[in-house]
Structure formats: C-alpha cells, structure tokens
Design a binder for this molecule. Structure first.
Ligand code: 6PG
Length: 229
C-alpha cells in the first residue's frame, strides 16, 4: 500500500471513530503523537471536507522539552500542519508544556480536570482516539526500550530523559501505558520497510520492554495498524 493511500485510510478511520465518539458523548477526545509520520495524515485530514472540527478536543501523547516555536515541537508541528489549515480554535488544543519543570504535573492536572475523559467511570483518562507512531528501536510515544516509564502504573504523565536510541535526544513528557491502553481506539501509523519489517518481526513475539510498541494492548478498546512499507 502506498503511503498516500494509507494516510487516506487513517483519516477515514479517524472520522469514523470521531463520529462514534460524538454520538456517544458529543465530542471526540483525541490524543496525537509527534514525529514526521503524522504529516501525511494531517494532509489527508485537512483535505477532507469534514464539518465537525469544532467537536474535537486535541491532546498530545508526548512532547519534547522545547517551546512550541522549536522545530522539534510536536505541538508546533501539528499547529502548523493541522490546526492552522483547519482554523482550529486554540482552546481546543491542549498542549503538553514539556519545556516547564512542572510540565508533567500540569498535564496530569489538565487531564484530571477534563471530566469527559472519565465519563465511563474509568480510573484512567480514556481517549476516544489515540494515534501512535513507532521508532526503529521499537519505541512509541516517548516510551523507550527498557525505560522505567514503562513500569509506571499510577501516574498518567511522566517526564523521561533524552533517549539514547532515538532523535531528537531531548527530554520529553509522555502519557504512560495505562492511559494509552485505556483508549477506546488506538491507530498506529508507520511508513517505510524498516519499520514495517520490524513490526511484523517483533509483534509475533511476546510483549516486552525491549520494544514498547509490543506493550500497546488496549484494555477495552481496539487497535488498528496503518502501515505503508
Ligand atoms: C516523538 C514521537 C514518537 C514518534 C516516533 C516516530 O515525540 O518522538 O511521538 O513516538 O511517533 O519516534 O517518529 P517519526 O514519525 O518521525 O518516524
């Protein structure tokens, strides 16, 4: 499958998921990752004539410890490639302030105060839609191989040090596995044969900290891979 076709399918998946979420509780609570893979997905989303953008609340799965203006900022990239073309209201973009020392506590509080994330009585915030990428080292979000963050089962957001196996090597904030796996629908997007071959190889084996992507197992939701070798 060509990348453009994959991104179109991933956009259609988002719209279908959002429609179900809006039917269920009037809004789509979406969390998105960073990196460059979402660029093609953003292009597919912004090209569609979808009329409900004002009913999506955008959150981040992870963020680098840089200001939004920095080229490494996941928020800054999404603001430029998704929010600006769609004229999304700033109040619906819930940025992770990863450049601040208390950024993790701030985002934990922001999530805790968004009551619609808890409207099924769930303990962890439950996103309607959660998009992930994957690195060649098997990381996802900013959960890197053998990271202590993989063992965090209480907090919703943690700070992680600069990774040794991925770029940019900057500190980050990330949602933890309990939050990611609480999502109703997880979409994993990956392009390139190196990533797709790694996924095919690794996901046949049992889940393990050597490849955090293998630990993405929704508790009461579903998981879809969108791959373009
Ligand atoms: C981050 C991302 C990260 C990303 C993968 C893939 O902040 O680094 O959230 O998890 O999804 O590293 O990145 P690319 O799409 O750039 O390959």
């Amino acid at each position: 499958m060509k990348a453009e076709e994959m991104f179109q399918q991933a956009a259609a998946d988002f719209f279908a998921t959002a429609a179900a979420a809006m039917e269920r509780h009037g809004v789509c609570l979406a969390a998105i990752s960073g990196g460059t893979t979402p660029d093609g997905w953003f292009a597919a989303l912004t090209a569609a004539k979808w009329p409900h953008w004002d009913r999506v609340e955008w959150f981040w799965v992870d963020e680098r410890a840089v200001p939004p203006e920095d080229s490494a900022s996941n928020f800054g990239r999404a603001r430029r490639l998704l929010a600006a073309p769609l004229h999304l209201a700033a109040e619906r973009l819930h940025r992770m302030e990863a450049e601040k020392n208390d950024g993790a506590i701030r985002y934990r509080t922001l999530l805790a105060e968004e009551k619609r994330l808890f409207d099924t009585g769930n303990h962890f915030p439950r996103f309607d839609y959660l998009q992930l990428g994957v690195g060649l080292d098997g990381h996802t979000a900013s959960l890197f191989p053998f990271s202590p963050a993989l063992e965090e089962l209480r907090e919703t957001v943690v700070a992680v040090p600069p990774p040794r196996t991925a770029v940019p090597a900057v500190a980050r904030l990330t949602l933890t596995l309990p939050v990611i796996n609480a999502a109703r629908h997880i979409a994993i997007l990956a392009t390139g044969s190196e990533k797709t071959n790694m996924l095919h190889r690794r996901l046949l084996a049992p889940a393990g900290a050597d490849a955090p992507i293998s630990m993405i197992q929704p508790v009461d939701g579903d998981l879809t891979f969108f791959l373009a070798p």
